[in-house]
Design a protein around this ligand. Structure first.
Ligand code: PA5
Length: 529
């Protein structure tokens, strides 16, 4: 297509949603004339299913749960007064608590105020909050935010060492919907120990966000932590950023959570639109379907031309891949569905993998995010009539054109500006897109059996480790090969797992495992020091 034809296509398909400050452009996705018409029926059904879901249907059939993240920004739509009341009370409590922290009414054990916020969580309990924090943080935020989202001892040390003398002024929020997640529990125990080392009570610096009755909830209540905020089984982890999981850190950081909720709420109104040409989420989900042939055969490369949105790709990676990546359809057929998501930011990624996107494998489509407003105030000229922001805009356009010239497809989402309201809208846009796409391909977007499988397998490794250590302790003086150890504990098939356990244990001082090297790596002998 020549430039004039592309312009006509752009005008034909641009879905502008001025009320939420964003536009979706699908003109560089080369679907044929009749495509949208052919998909009108399936999309009607998808929209109807979303209406039922929002009405309180148990859309997460495998876990027998309602799916209510849309009520978080429109509590009046909740299916009963109890849920509505819970949402409203929680948002009010978040505002109140953040206000008390900011004024010093809630203060640490030593000193008059908190000025660092440490958030511990993983998956949906971290990725959304991290995105919001990075996208909207300002120099004069009342609290500086740090995250621990892993059980990596070195990573935990790094954060604790960075906090250093500021630990006494650090408020720690532990977020875990289930209250059982080991990575978050471990990080919490490490952080609690750090407070204790400097003579401080962890409880006097700690807040929990979790479901009532969970292990975390019981601990927080039992130890009298500063506060607990609820999560509910009808909010999935990866769609929990507008529950207390995301709102609390955001409010503590000084972000306008009402604007974020308003943006999401307004986006929900727009994305319930039945006319699919006016519904940006419907168009996005149809483009995912078109591009990947309803089977995710192409990856989605997320390229926001804005440093503050660099975490959007990671956030969407979880939102999309954990929701869409499923073995079975809701009808029970084996489908191995998925939609692979990766990406960091433009222009940076132009100097990384764009070469392949333009000239190499044609196995992707790009979703560009482009923000019109560069910065507050004037910019200097880096060349005649050109600012750094003009360059960013030119690079986005240039990349889009360079790809299009080679028949590589892209979607562009343009935000008027990046603020709490448009970020809320963007989050809601992708949540709805995932919901609609899951309806189109008939998978349950709201469970995550694969995540559970990984947790179970790790539990089995740790059980094995306990048995191996007990066996070595029974006869601490002698040293044995891995084959002798697995034979002795009656687990000959677990030889590789035991080998990895022993090598890791010997590389660290914690369990007193001693390794004597042999001629080959597998001839090493292990005992106790
Ligand atoms: O989206 C999900 O459900 C998961 O990614 C969870 O968010 C993640 O496993 C963390 O779970 P929890 O919040 O229970 O600690």
């Amino acid at each position: 297509m020549n430039q004039r034809e592309l312009w006509e296509r752009y005008r034909q398909y641009l879905c502008a949603a001025p009320g939420i400050g964003l536009q979706v452009d699908i003109s560089r996705m080369m679907f044929d004339e009749g495509y949208l018409e052919r998909m009108a029926g399936p999309m009607d059904r998808a929209l109807a299913a979303m209406e039922e879901l929002e009405g309180g249907a148990k859309a997460n059939v495998d876990e027998d749960r309602m799916v209510g993240h849309y009520w978080l920004r429109a509590p009046e739509l909740a299916p009963n007064d109890a849920i509505r009341g819970d949402i409203e009370k929680t948002v009010a409590a978040v505002r109140e608590f953040a206000g008390q922290v900011h004024t010093g009414a809630v203060a640490p054990q030593r000193g008059d105020g908190f000025y660092i916020l440490l958030v511990i969580g993983i998956g949906g309990s971290a990725l959304g909050p991290q995105l919001v924090c990075d996208a909207l943080g300002q120099d004069d935020d009342p609290l500086i935010v740090r995250f621990i989202d892993n059980t990596d001892p070195d990573g935990i040390d790094r954060v604790i060492e960075e906090l250093d003398e500021e630990l006494p002024q650090t408020l720690t929020v532990v977020t875990s919907k289930s209250g059982e997640t080991r990575e978050s529990r471990n990080a919490m125990l490490e952080v609690a120990a750090a407070y204790q080392r400097v003579g401080l009570s962890f409880a006097k610096h700690a807040v929990a966000v979790t479901c009532e009755g969970s292990a975390l909830h019981q601990q927080a209540v039992g130890d009298q932590w500063l506060h607990t905020f609820p999560m509910w089984d009808w909010v999935g982890g990866r769609t929990s950023v507008l529950s207390a999981a995301g709102l609390l850190p955001a409010a503590l950081q000084g972000i306008d959570i009402d604007a974020m909720l308003a943006g999401a709420r307004q986006c929900d109104i727009v994305t319930r639109e039945k006319n699919l040409l006016r519904n940006p989420a419907a168009l996005l989900s149809l483009m995912w379907h078109y591009s990947g042939d309803g089977r995710g055969v192409r990856d989605m490369v997320v390229l926001p031309y804005r440093d503050r949105l660099a975490l959007l790709g990671r956030y969407l990676q979880q939102l999309v891949m954990e929701s869409i990546g499923k073995e079975h359809s809701r009808a029970g057929e084996t489908v191995h569905q998925g939609l692979t998501v990766y990406g960091n930011k433009g222009t940076t990624d132009q100097h990384a993998y764009l070469q392949q996107l333009r000239d190499g494998r044609d196995d992707f489509f790009v979703t560009f995010i482009n923000v019109r407003h560069d910065r507050d105030g004037q910019s200097i000229r880096v060349e005649e009539d050109v600012t750094t922001g003009d360059y960013l805009n030119a690079f986005w356009q240039g990349t889009r054109t360079a790809l299009c010239d080679k028949g590589r497809e892209s979607i562009s989402i343009t935000l008027d500006e990046l603020n709490a309201r448009t970020l809320g809208a963007l989050i809601a846009l992708f949540e709805r897109t995932v919901g609609l796409y899951a309806e189109l391909i008939n998978v349950n977007a709201y469970d995550q059996p694969g995540v559970e499988a990984g947790k179970k397998a790790a539990g089995a490794v740790l059980d094995l480790q306990r048995r191996v250590l007990a066996h070595l302790r029974d006869d601490p003086k002698s040293s044995r090969t891995v084959e002798e150890i697995v034979a002795a504990i009656g687990e000959p098939d677990a030889v590789e797992a035991v080998y990895q356990i022993l090598e890791h244990a010997a590389a660290n001082p914690n369990h007193g495992v001693r390794r004597t090297a042999g001629t080959e790596p597998f001839d090493a002998r292990y005992g106790m020091t």
